[in-house]
Ligand binder design. Structure first.
Ligand code: PLP
Length: 462
């Protein structure tokens, strides 16, 4: 049985490919985990907030990703799936994915350190940040990590580094095909004025890119990341098609297969409106194979960089209802999950609505008459709401509210507002089994990270 769920947009489609297209078994696993978390004391009056990760679900998504591209690539085509670490920067998650054959796409020294701590080998790591320092570039080149240069100035730096010490890193340039944006401006990477990559349609830019390759035999990759949440698949496919056409042009003018690998980025959108996984990796891969067949005929290796779509549906943040009250006739459940774990939803609820599931004080799925209510967080500002005017079974004191599909870019992305501690994160398996992924932060740690050792720093004389 799935939790009773209402959303602002109940329009999710059901029953798409994959072993769990409707998400029914995933919902059942989640319900079991919430109940077990309460029974085992991972959640309770003194531990009012926790993040849960569905290990079986993460493995299923990784397997679906591999299978989707295996189904459309010529036999023997090298394909590296590099998980965008920013979507779930947790070492045990990166290790789990690595075991599933998935590498890491990193965009900062911290993310690279996480990938290395998880044992992701250099050959399965890609560095893509738009603001790499010389030291970061040197480290990546010395480790043999793939690097995509974002812009001409960065390519200059790489030139200098390659002159002093050549590297075996696969190197490429990131291009912005400028095919346009999607529904969420802040996540649209291929707009005319995006900050990412070399803007291909700007005057002289395409010729500059081609010359850059002809002058540098060690440039063998080409990178684009065209979409993210809100960008339609057709637009993503257009971005990939543009990059493919450019690679073909470079190789034609070079008279050899200089570009041997296309990095097509990530960005598959996630359905936040129901448990169904839609669109699927299989749909996207089939669409790409239809639109850009040459990309899959074995002449090019492939790199992908999916983030949200690998993790989102496998995470649940569960918060205890500390108080239930009414205000102006509106029922309000005051919970422990707000802006610190669901920052995007709280600040941009129109773009990031989340489904909320209701569980009772024993962690059982809550049924009963549906009531219009607000689900609020603990932070001290009025907008700290997980859901506003939502119709769902009435949340009462001691119940639990679960924010669903929060495995990517949510509880792993703590925001330090009100000095609220980072919640603990646990992976779960069927049968009520849990493993610690990240322990909860302590108040002592908050003090230490807030200059606790420098208490006299401003009152003494420097
Ligand atoms: C964020 C990002 C990704 C992953 O995007 P998702 O929408 O999470 O799949 C991939 N590549 C690059 C370069 C990114 O910045």
């Amino acid at each position: 049985m799935g939790a009773h769920i209402e959303t602002e947009d109940p329009g999710g489609t059901d029953g798409t490919g994959g072993p769990d297209g409707s998400g029914a078994s995933r919902a059942a696993r989640r319900d079991e985990a919430v109940r077990a978390a309460v029974e085992q004391g991972l959640l309770g009056p003194d531990r009012p907030l926790v993040g849960l990760l569905d290990v079986v679900g993460i493995r299923e998504s990784a397997a679906e990703l591999r299978a989707a591209f295996e189904a459309v690539t010529a036999p023997g085509t090298p394909v590296l799936h590099a998980f965008a670490v920013k979507a779930a920067p947790l070492v045990p998650v990166l290790r789990l994915l690595r075991e599933e054959g998935v590498g890491a796409e990193v965009a900062s020294p911290g993310e690279l350190a996480l990938a290395r701590a998880a044992g992701v080998p250099a050959g399965m790591t890609v560095l893509d940040s738009p603001a790499k320092t010389p030291a970061e570039l040197r480290e990546a080149l010395d480790l043999g990590i793939a690097v995509n240069a974002d812009n001409p100035q960065e390519l200059d730096r790489i030139d200098g580094l390659m002159r002093t010490r050549p590297s075996r890193s696969p190197l490429g340039i990131r291009v912005n095909p400028q095919v346009g944006g999607g529904a969420i401006e802040a996540l649209s990477t291929a707009t005319a004025t995006s900050k990412f990559g070399v803007a291909l349609r700007d005057e002289g830019a395409r010729e500059w890119v081609v010359r850059a390759y002809l002058d540098r035999p060690w440039l063998t990759r080409l990178h684009t990341h065209t979409g993210s949440q809100g960008v339609p698949l057709s637009l993503m496919a257009r971005g990939v098609a543009e990059a493919y056409a450019l690679a073909e042009e470079i190789n034609r003018r070079a008279g050899r297969r200089q570009v041997d690998t296309l990095d097509i980025g990530g960005g598959l959108p996630v359905n936040f409106a129901s448990d169904a996984t839609t669109p699927t990796y299989a749909q996207y891969a089939r669409m790409l194979a239809g639109e850009v067949p040459g990309l899959f005929d074995g002449r090019y290796g492939l790199v992908t960089e999916f983030g949200r779509s690998l993790l989102a549906k496998h995470g649940t943040v569960v918060a205890r209802v500390e108080y239930a009250k009414t205000s102006g006739g509106r029922a309000v459940a005051v919970t422990h999950a707000g802006v610190q774990v669901a920052t995007r939803t709280v600040y941009a609820p129109g773009s990031w609505p989340l489904r909320i599931a209701a569980y009772d004080a024993k962690g059982r799925v809550k049924d009963g008459p549906v009531v219009v209510q607000d689900v609020a967080g603990p932070a001290c500002f009025a907008g700290d709401l997980l859901a506003q005017g939502r119709s769902m079974p009435l949340l009462e004191q001691g119940d639990y509210a679960a924010a669903l599909d929060t495995g990517a870019y949510y509880f792993a992305h703590h925001y330090g507002y009100n000095s609220l501690v980072r919640p603990g994160v646990y992976g779960f398996w069927p049968g009520g089994r849990f493993a610690l992924v990240r322990r909860a932060q302590t108040v002592e740690e908050v003090v230490a990270e807030s200059g606790g050792a420098q208490a006299e720093g401003l009152t003494g004389s420097p």
